[in-house]
Design a binder for this molecule. Structure first.
Ligand code: MRU
Length: 354
């Protein structure tokens, strides 16, 4: 989130006194607290337990996880350093499976390490920390670029439905889907947001609603099963969501429930936009059927925190993401521009010259 003087006021991740600090998103909006991290294993646990969540934020956290481990071993001999670093990459890669930004960031950090592998260990560690800072700064720049491309798609007065939280909290700042909304508001458009609650982890009710309220952007909270009603009454003009992984053909994995919203949007002739940086596009996966979908704990569905409302012993499914076929996507909004009706050729074009 950005203050009127342009400074980032809420930093989802920040570097303080040689440690990574991340807002504990499990307890928002009841409490606003940072937790400190000093190693790759700790960061991996922060990702797994959802202290930090949202694809680009997970990527930034992973980059810092690598850097922290390098700093921990900066006085070690080269062989010992390499062994510790391999362990760091492995533990981070195992933290969550769906958001490809995690693996994108690890690949980038590994390439950076490879480029300076013959230098002194402490110099390698400094280089990796500088790269983690760059991953974070670049994410904000990319979100701003997506924001201005996306803002042009939203008419003045638009009532925009979003699902999950694809805001500043899901990124290094500004957000992807909420970045589009923020940029439209900054451009002087009167935008109001309809936030899906987003069962079972409540990213919409807890995080999107909190972000919008903080900035006085009008927001109305609905439960996930109300979106069809709202659309049928003509109360939604556009849908903008983020993504965790986009396949080479444009199929989009995002928070569970996104597919349902996309089907409803098509039924009602409402544009369905997906804001996603290039780091969320996985050209190695031909279509959505190949995207790994995380299954999370049954307790997230049977209750919330210490409360349980479901019958004990009931069997539960808890897939955390679903896949929206590319044919339901009106356009992808990327830092390289808007891709209408994405398909394999149009997605490939985004990477031309890279
Ligand atoms: O399980 P989460 O909270 O990590 O899921 C996050 C989402 O699905 C977001 O919509 C997605 O990462 C886009 S974030 C800019």
């Amino acid at each position: 989130m950005v203050a009127s003087n342009g400074n980032q006021v809420v930093e989802t991740l920040r570097w303080r006194n040689g440690r990574l600090e991340m807002i504990d998103q499990r307890i928002l909006p009841i409490r606003f607290e940072y937790l400190g991290y000093g190693s790759a294993a700790e960061v991996a646990e922060g990702i797994r337990s959802m202290v930090v969540r949202g694809a680009p934020a997970i990527g930034c956290a992973a980059a810092y996880g690598v850097a922290l481990e390098a700093l921990r071993w900066r006085a070690a001999a080269s062989g010992e350093f390499s062994a510790a670093m391999s362990g760091a990459f492995d533990v981070l890669a195992a933290s969550r499976p769906t958001a490809v930004n995690l693996f994108w960031a690890l690949k980038r950090m590994r390439a950076k390490w490879g480029g300076v592998g013959d230098r002194a260990v402490d110099e390698i560690a400094d280089t990796l920390l500088a790269e983690a800072h760059e991953v974070l700064a670049e994410d904000i720049r990319i979100n701003r670029a997506m924001g201005s491309f996306g803002a042009a798609l939203l008419p003045d007065g638009a009532r925009v439905l979003t699902h999950c939280n694809a805001g500043a909290l899901a990124t290094a700042g500004h957000g992807t889907a909420l970045g589009v909304i923020r940029s439209a508001v900054e451009a002087g458009k009167r935008i109001s947001v309809i936030a899906d609650e987003t069962r079972p982890f409540l990213q919409g009710a807890r995080l999107t609603a909190w972000e919008m309220v903080q900035e006085n952007i009008p927001v109305t909270l609905i439960t996930d099963n109300m979106a069809g009603f709202m659309m049928s009454r003509g109360e939604i003009d556009a849908v903008v969501v983020g993504a965790d992984r986009v396949a080479a053909n444009g199929d989009v994995a995002n928070k569970i429930g996104t597919y349902m919203v996309a089907v409803l949007a098509r039924r009602h002739g409402i544009p369905f936009y997906v804001a996603c940086p290039l780091s969320t596009i996985d050209l190695g996966i031909p279509d959505g059927t190949g995207i790994p979908i995380e299954e999370r704990a049954a307790e997230e569905v049977t209750g919330f925190r210490e409360y349980q409302w479901a019958a004990s012993g009931v069997s539960v499914r808890n897939p955390a993401f679903d896949v929206t076929p590319a044919e339901l996507v009106t356009a992808l909004i990327t830092e390289r521009g808007v891709v209408p009706q994405p398909d394999r050729a149009r997605v490939a074009e985004l990477f031309a010259g890279r």
